[in-house]
Design a protein around this ligand. Structure first.
Ligand code: LLP
Length: 452
């Protein structure tokens, strides 16, 4: 965002007032250059750091953070592949022209139809998440005929990382993956032949089915991670499991995916995880593990979502009402209501996530006051920004931008209160274009077929 002399902010070279006039509010605005630069930075940082230790790495963009046809094309053009987590995401990646071989499919409860769609598309990998899925996928392939399905087994290493418990996916008491923990001892001490961990069991189950081709092992330890040490621990654990499997079966799998989860800055003053730093740190643990284990290195992959698209997006709202409310400690808080809310950004309500907002359509010299930006939904948890200082003269009609909403905003949006979901507008070189159009009430009514 850049602020011009009259106080109006522009993004991607487009004045926010022009964006609001052309596309209405609320609107998600995505800066194409910014997104591409981030994609490039991750690819370069990991490629270089891993090359230093003699390993190759692929970067998959995690489409769950936000996927549209244009975004899939941008990241693909930047040399990334696309990770999908449902038949819907897979369809968008394919519509974008991403070859199936460069797409991965995730999910802890994929349907048979999703497996079939992935096989039809010839996806490069299906990440299986349970013993039930392994058998189901193998049965599907057996019934269809054709080549064995390329499979990675998702494991949980016990590393707990991330900003909020709900988004930390590698501790044991949760639904994802197959645990590395054997029933007796620990993954570090268990004898190869005694390793009865769900992870080892899953790998053996894949090897036992000729309809499946075991590509490798997958580990994702959480999201919005700002302390990189967990990645190194998880990497070592996965490489050790790979070595145990090789000693036990003679099969040294070719690929290891280390997941995503790289944290970004949401507030001014916060510091995002630096791709070079994290890449070097993970590469160092790869090198160390390889030396300790005496095995050749696999091909690696990572799956960042938020770090690519999060900072590249902002949400533009229009202020509707402003209400001073006396709070318990005697202070006054300005409740600033905007024309969206928890339906376009559920993260504050769901995770207590913090964001930053600014008045962007004009310059104000008014003293900043304590404010809370809230939405228009019928519940008090409908908060967009918990606490922010806004100019004391903030008023109806002001344009407000909330920064860093590119990830998990539109992709987790709902129609709560039957609000129509906002458009996603791309900006670049002074021009804007709609990537995903605004929903209309007619869209909502078209789904309501109950009066037939
Ligand atoms: N790979 C796998 C297997 C994942 O489960 C995820 C995220 C990613 C990659 C991408 O993670 P990222 O780089 O974007 O952190 N809705 C939550 C985040 C949920 C993340 C779920 N999995 C939020 O809004 O914070």
């Amino acid at each position: 965002m850049e602020r011009g002399p009259d106080g109006a902010v522009s993004v991607g070279g487009v004045d926010v007032r022009a964006l609001a006039a052309a596309h209405g509010t609320p609107a998600y605005v995505l800066d194409e250059h910014d997104l591409r630069i981030r994609a490039r930075a991750y690819r370069r940082a990991f490629t270089e750091a891993f090359a230093q230790v003699g390993a190759e790495v692929d970067v998959y963009y995690a489409g769950k953070a936000f996927l549209s046809v244009a975004v899939a094309r941008w990241v693909y053009a930047e040399g990334l592949r696309v990770d999908t987590a449902s038949g819907g995401e897979l369809a968008v990646a394919l519509r974008a022209g991403v070859p199936g071989a460069d797409i991965g499919l995730h999910g802890n409860n994929k349907s048979d139809a999703e497996h079939a769609a992935a096989l039809d598309a010839g996806v490069g990998r299906i990440i299986v998440d349970s013993l039930v899925e392994i058998e189901r996928l193998a049965d599907t392939v057996a019934a269809r005929g054709g080549d064995p399905a390329p499979v990675m087994v998702r494991v949980t290493t016990g590393v707990h990382a991330g900003g909020h418990e709900y988004i930390s996916t590698a501790h044991e008491d949760q639904k994802f993956g197959l645990s590395l923990a054997p029933s007796t001892g620990t993954a570090d001490t268990v004898a190869d032949a005694d390793d009865d961990s769900p992870a080892m069991t899953g790998l053996l189950a894949v090897l036992a089915r000729p309809e499946l081709r075991l590509l490798g092992i997958h580990s994702h330890i959480g999201s919005q991670i700002l302390d990189p040490s967990g990645f190194a621990v998880a990497t070592r654990a996965v490489l050790a499991l790979r070595a145990r499997l090789a000693r036990r079966t003679g099969v040294l799998v070719d690929e290891v995916d280390l997941g995503g989860g790289y944290g970004i800055a949401y507030l001014p003053g916060e510091v995002a995880l630096d791709p070079d730093r994290i890449a070097k740190e993970i590469a160092a643990s790869v090198e160390q593990s390889a030396a300790d284990l005496g095995t050749d290195l696999p091909r690696f992959s990572i799956e960042p979502g938020r770090a690519i698209v999060g900072p590249a997006g902002l949400t533009l709202y229009t202020v509707g009402t402003v209400k001073p409310v006396r709070v318990d400690d005697g202070r006054t808080r300005l409740y600033v209501s905007v024309d969206g809310g928890m339906s376009d950004n559920i993260r504050p309500a769901l995770y207590g996530a913090h964001y930053h907002a600014e008045v962007v359509g004009r310059l104000s010299s008014a003293e900043p006051v304590l404010a809370r930006v809230v939405g228009k939904h019928c519940e008090s948890g409908d908060v967009v920004v918990h606490e922010v200082r806004l100019p004391g003269d903030v008023r109806a009609g002001d344009l407000l931008a909330v920064a860093a909403t590119g990830a998990y905003g539109r992709s987790m949006a709902s129609n709560y209160n039957l609000l129509t979901r906002p458009p996603v507008v791309a900006v670049r070189d002074g021009a804007s274009r709609v990537l995903v159009r605004r929903e209309t009430v007619d869209d909502l009514l078209a789904l309501d077929v109950g009066d037939a």
